[in-house]
Design a binder for this molecule. Structure first.
Ligand SMILES: Nc1ncnc2c1ncn2[C@@H]1O[C@H](COP(=O)(O)OP(=O)(O)O)[C@@H](O)[C@H]1O
Ligand SMILES: [Mg+2]
Length: 222
């Protein structure tokens, strides 16, 4: 299975927390790869909040990538309450099985030329009581993209996330500040430069997108 992973180009999209734009960035990366002519699979270990009635992460990822994967193939664990995955699973009377996640991610990767995985919350969110998102990222072995907001507070959140990744031996390839305003303020421009300098990483940006129309999105090459 490791051989399958190394043959498939992959990326693991994490972020400084929830609602920072991981799904949108992962969708934009997937869309860009599709535009380059690649067959792209998407993967999300666990989706919570199905009860909220909005387009879910796995649905947007599938729509942006044009993938024909089933819900189950994209996101093997899906729960109604908008809770941390370990809690959502416990509320459903079960526990997320790391082995099952690795198996599902490898199956998704084996079906395509490239795979875009989205984490859940941030790196230290538990998938099960003893298995963090960071552990899954390490097991899958794909390089990380860190999504963060552009504004005040983002330097600390981003550097903490990059440090947590590197502390576990994970490779971070870039930071994406999202959504990047059309006319960034001095603070936002400075945040971008400061993160690039202190994290020693490329800091990319993604503007506000029309999520209904992936064909209109600018490419996001990481
Ligand atoms: N670049 C963007 N353009 C348009 N909407 C965005 C953008 N980034 C985030 N959003 C919106 O902000 C919310 C949070 O983004 P999402 O990608 O779901 O975050 P996360 O996956 O980190 O929880 C969603 O409603 C999403 O549609
Ligand atoms: Mg998401």
């Amino acid at each position: 299975m490791a051989a399958e992973r190394t043959q498939t180009r992959g990326v693991f999209v994490t972020g400084t927390g929830t609602e920072v734009g991981k799904t949108v960035v992962a969708a934009a990366i997937a869309r860009t790869l599709v535009g380059e002519g690649r067959r792209v699979a998407v993967f999300k270990p666990a989706v919570t909040g199905l009860d909220e009635g909005v387009e879910t992460d796995h649905e947007l990822l599938r729509r942006a990538s044009g993938s024909s994967q089933s819900d189950e193939e994209i996101a093997p664990y899906r729960y109604g309450p908008p809770a941390s995955p370990h809690l959502a699973a416990a509320m459903a009377g079960e526990e997320i099985d790391p082995e099952q996640l690795r198996y599902a991610a490898d199956a998704a990767a084996a079906s395509a030329e490239a795979i875009v995985c989205e984490g859940v919350g941030g790196l230290l969110v538990p998938l099960s009581p003893g298995y963090l998102v960071r552990d899954l990222a390490a097991d899958l072995g794909y390089p990380l993209v860190v999504v963060a907001g552009p504004g005040l507070g983002t330097i600390n959140h981003t550097l903490l996330t990059v440090e947590a990744a590197r502390a576990a031996g994970l490779e971070v390839v870039s930071v994406v500040l999202n959504p990047w305003p059309e006319e960034p303020s001095e603070i936002e421009r400075s945040n971008r430069e400061t993160i690039a300098a202190l994290a020693e990483l490329p800091v990319l940006t993604l503007p506000q997108l029309d999520l209904a129309d992936p064909a209109s999105w600018p490419p996001l090459r990481i």
